[in-house]
Design a protein around this ligand. Structure first.
Ligand SMILES: Cc1cc2nc3c(=O)[nH]c(=O)nc-3n(C[C@H](O)[C@H](O)[C@H](O)COP(=O)(O)O)c2cc1C
Length: 175
């Protein structure tokens, strides 16, 4: 293996790239959606995820009030509307091909953000999102984000099977 020279890019870095989601909650009886890229699965069983919301977010108020929220994955062709939800608020949920329904389990308070941990109680995908019974990433066509350049992307090519292609490495080193 060749070790290339590394450039120090500082510590204010983000997961690279990130899926862009729309997190929905009901605030004062009205549906509210915000764009969230700081999201990750955090527990295996029961399935849980966490979303990180900056303290002043209106959506956070709704999650605290109702103890439920949804996570919705917009398609690449929804980039403009998704960006709009990151600037203003607008309901737009039906057009997302993939959605999770979450029940609030815990809130971890951090200096600038609050981490909302939700148990995933249900997942929904559009009928057209499957190939041979499996979710098809190209059909879902999720919107991705890179920071700090703040640019949107789509998913690229298939690379190989996870928990599988690494096995070949073992065989090579055994030789
Ligand atoms: C691409 C993108 C990703 C974003 N990710 C987050 C995030 O992970 N957490 C967060 O608190 N705000 C994030 N924002 C900002 C919020 O979406 C934005 O402030 C929104 O208007 C908040 O809505 P609310 O106050 O109605 O909840 C993001 C914005 C954009 C455009």
């Amino acid at each position: 293996m060749i070790f290339l020279k590394k450039v120090n890019i500082g510590k204010n870095v983000s997961i690279y790239p990130m899926p862009v989601t729309l997190v929905g909650s009901k605030v004062e009886e009205k549906p509210n959606f915000m764009t969230v890229a700081w999201i990750t699965r955090v527990n295996a069983a029961p399935p849980m995820l966490a979303v990180s919301l900056n303290k002043p977010r209106y959506t956070a108020k709704g999650i605290r009030e109702n103890k439920t929220f949804s996570v919705n994955f917009p398609k690449v062709d929804m980039a403009e509307q998704t960006d709009y939800c990151g600037l203003k608020t607008a309901p737009m949920i039906k057009s997302c091909p993939l959605s999770f329904e979450c029940m609030l389990m815990d809130i971890i308070e951090l200096p600038t953000n609050d981490l909302f941990i939700g148990e995933i109680v249900n997942g929904y995908a559009d009928e057209q999102s499957f190939t041979e019974g499996e979710l098809d990433v190209h059909k879902i066509n999720p919107l991705l984000l890179t920071m700090p350049d703040n640019r949107y992307w789509s998913v690229g090519d298939y690379v190989g099977d996870a928990w599988s292609i690494g096995g070949r490495q073992g065989k090579l080193s055994e030789k």
